[in-house]
Design a protein around this ligand. Structure first.
Ligand SMILES: Cc1ncc(COP(=O)(O)O)c(C=O)c1O
Length: 397
């Protein structure tokens, strides 16, 4: 059997809600009809194309499971990550609302393209904290739809990721703290300088913009449902930082597949396992410290308030994977197994695949997660080589 070095630690959610229908009180976070209207907008953005859903049959065979589908977000616009759908969409929504108010007419997001309302929006400033991909999406959205952008990064964000945002016209501010410190600093400066915070993480009192961000992600989930053409996965291994993506995966599939929804397994780095710790405690828990992990997009110590509501009752399991599994899994996908096509998967993209492989190396973990020869697993390759030099160095190592 195919193997990588490392460990998986799992925690089964004792509060898992087994009801077939998506709970009424969670409907405010995910709305599948709204997904369709967002999709109609995003389809009209320059460069939009559905990303591939790759069948990794040889890896599935090597792991003795029935099927692996891998949604390859390395090809999402030029940004190479699913995050392109979220921050840019929420930015566009803010500008759309602003212009509609100012002009007293209803305009669409598409109307903002091509600089038609730049004289109104050009001095507005959007801001956020990021470990790379979210900020790049916001910066791209500001450029596309016509406003200014200030992005906060923490001490560990690579210089290449900072330059990619600067190349999109953003002002980038590096702070001497971790991701959660950069979130706080962006929020404080936004009050002082009257900027709009486009955050991918929510907290009590700040929920609407992060909801727009995460609803943007559901366009990818709608594509997946269509690409599956009636088939359904039994499991999804989904990597998490603040949990926004995992919550949408959980909520969206619960909505559309009801009782036939897959088992949702949330995957985090060992050093940044705020969702797993929150699940153990039954309430949001902050993980302090360096949060040091190669999986930069997952280096978050605080869960998103919105995301937690869904995952608390919708996720089956919360697992962590060792750092040692990351590079071998990137290489495995880069080189391909037998007839499988090769995939460019960045550091944060491989957490789900690493967790699947590690779970198949352990009879106990396979049993705990209910994985066996009949399992059909969906993985989301959430980024490609978003830091190309780092990617090349890691894969060549
Ligand atoms: C590549 C990648 N995958 C997964 C995630 C996790 O998303 P979330 O923070 O919504 O849990 C991120 C977050 O930045 C990311 O950049």
């Amino acid at each position: 059997m195919l193997s990588v070095v490392g460990e998986i630690q799992s925690f089964h959610n004792p509060r898992l809600n087994l009801s077939a229908g998506y709970p009424e009180h969670l409907k405010k976070f995910v709305d599948t009809e709204e997904t369709e209207s967002i999709r109609a907008e995003i389809r009209r953005w320059p460069g939009y194309a559905e990303t591939p859903l790759v069948d990794l049959g040889s890896i599935a065979k090597a792991l003795d499971i029935e099927k692996i589908w891998y949604k390859d977000e390395s090809q999402r616009f030029d940004l190479k990550s699913f995050k392109a759908l979220g921050g840019a969409y929420a930015t566009a929504r803010q500008l759309q609302k602003f212009v509609s108010r100012e002009t007293n007419k209803v305009i669409s997001i598409h109307d903002l393209l091509g600089g038609r309302y730049d004289s109104l929006t050009g001095d507005l400033v959007m801001t956020c904290a990021t470990d790379g991909n979210h900020g790049r999406s916001v910066a791209w959205g500001c450029k596309l739809f016509g406003c200014r952008c200030v992005i906060y990064i923490h001490r560990d964000v690579s210089a290449a990721r900072a330059s990619a945002m600067e190349a999109l016209g953003a002002e980038v501010v590096r702070i001497n703290g971790n991701y959660d410190d950069s979130v706080r600093r962006a929020a404080e400066d936004a009050i002082t300088f009257e900027r709009t915070v486009i955050s991918d993480t929510s907290y009590p009192g700040y929920v609407d913009i992060p909801r727009d961000v995460t609803m943007g992600y559901t366009v990818m989930l709608a594509e997946i449902v269509e690409q599956l053409a009636g088939e359904k996965p039994t499991h999804v291994f989904i990597q998490a930082g603040v949990g926004g993506l995992a919550a949408m995966v959980c909520g969206y599939f619960w909505h559309v597949w009801r009782a036939a929804r897959p088992r949702i397994i949330v995957v985090e780095p060992e050093a940044a396992n705020c969702l797993q710790e929150s699940a153990r405690k039954g309430e949001p828990v902050v993980v302090e410290g360096e949060l040091s992990t190669l999986m930069a997009g997952l280096a978050c110590g605080e869960v998103s308030f919105n995301a937690w509501q869904i995952l608390d009752e919708g996720a089956s399991d919360f697992v962590t994977v060792s750092e040692s599994a990351v590079v071998p899994t990137m290489k495995l996908l880069a080189r391909g197994v037998d007839d499988d096509q090769t995939v460019e998967a960045g550091e944060s993209a491989v957490a789900g695949m690493a967790a699947l492989i590690l779970s198949r190396q352990s009879a106990i973990q396979s049993q705990r997660l209910g994985i066996g020869s009949g399992s059909r697993v969906l993985l989301i390759g959430t980024e490609g080589a978003t830091d190309p030099a780092l990617y090349r160095a890691l894969v060549a190592r």
